[in-house]
Each structure stands twice: as structure tokens, then as C-alpha cells.
Design a protein around this ligand. Structure first.
Ligand code: AMP
Length: 118
């Protein structure tokens, strides 16, 4: 059996490291990005870390992906105008640094850094 270290996001789910949590269900958690690139910059993350990218999530658990998008809309409605960018960096060359699937919600004043990881 291979042992893997929990991802940084799993450690947030487990409350081992602090985060500003803005929404949570049995399967999803959303928290503020530690290095915000827009007025509103929240990450929405499945609690399971079995999916590294959005395409893995889409094929492995499409309902969970749909629920993630629904949570993103709710957060954008609550914290901004309901209009937002939803970004999934997929792969190192695209700027992905945490290989536990997550969506970036960017809303409000998008400023200079609106394309995360650019
Ligand atoms: P990505 O580059 O798409 O993999 O995005 C990873 C994101 O996680 C980056 O925007 C980081 O700023 C963010 N991040 C990393 N560690 C933490 C943390 N402890 N709390 C909140 N956000 C984090």
C-alpha cells in the first residue's frame, strides 16, 4: 500500500491548518485564497483529493462537479454581483500548483491578476 501525504487542501478540511472558510457541505469546502488575485478570490474544493484535475472530476463524479459550480455561483451571488470567472488550472504548465482539484472564483474588481497563474 502506498502512503501519500495529505494535500494542503485536505489539511484545511481537517482543520490542521487555518483558512477563512466561506462555505461547506459534506462534500465541498470553499475558503479565501491566501494570495488573492481579485477583490473576491475564493477556492472551491471537493473534500476528497482523489481527483487532481477538473477533467478527472468530470469523468469520475460529474454530480460533484455540478455541485461545485453551484457553490461557486452562490458565493459569487453572496459576495459580489453574481458575475465571476471560474478558473481550473489543469497541469503544471497551466500554473497548477496544488494537485487536488479546485476552482478559483474571481469576482468584483478583477485587477491585474485576473488570469490566475499567468
Ligand atoms: P493553483 O495554482 O491553481 O494550483 O492554485 C493554488 C492556489 O492555492 C493558489 O492560488 C494559492 O494562493 C492557494 N493556496 C495555497 N495554499 C493556501 C492556503 N493555505 N490557504 C488558502 N489558499 C492557499
Amino acid at each position: 500500500m502506498t502512503e501519500t501525504t495529505p494535500s494542503i487542501f485536505s489539511r484545511i478540511v481537517a482543520r490542521e491548518i487555518p483558512a477563512t472558510i466561506v462555505a461547506e457541505t459534506d462534500a465541498l469546502i470553499a475558503f479565501e485564497d491566501i494570495n488573492p488575485q481579485a477583490q473576491v478570490h475564493v477556492l472551491v474544493v471537493p473534500k476528497t483529493e482523489r481527483y487532481a484535475t477538473v477533467s478527472e472530476l468530470a469523468s469520475g463524479d460529474p454530480q460533484l462537479l455540478a455541485d461545485l459550480v453551484g457553490m461557486a455561483q452562490q458565493i459569487a451571488d453572496d459576495r459580489s454581483s453574481g458575475q465571476y470567472r471560474l478558473i481550473f488550472n489543469s497541469g503544471e504548465q497551466a500554473g497548477q500548483t496544488v494537485f487536488h482539484v479546485h476552482a478559483h472564483i474571481l469576482a468584483g474588481d478583477l485587477g491585474e491578476g485576473s488570469l490566475v497563474g499567468r
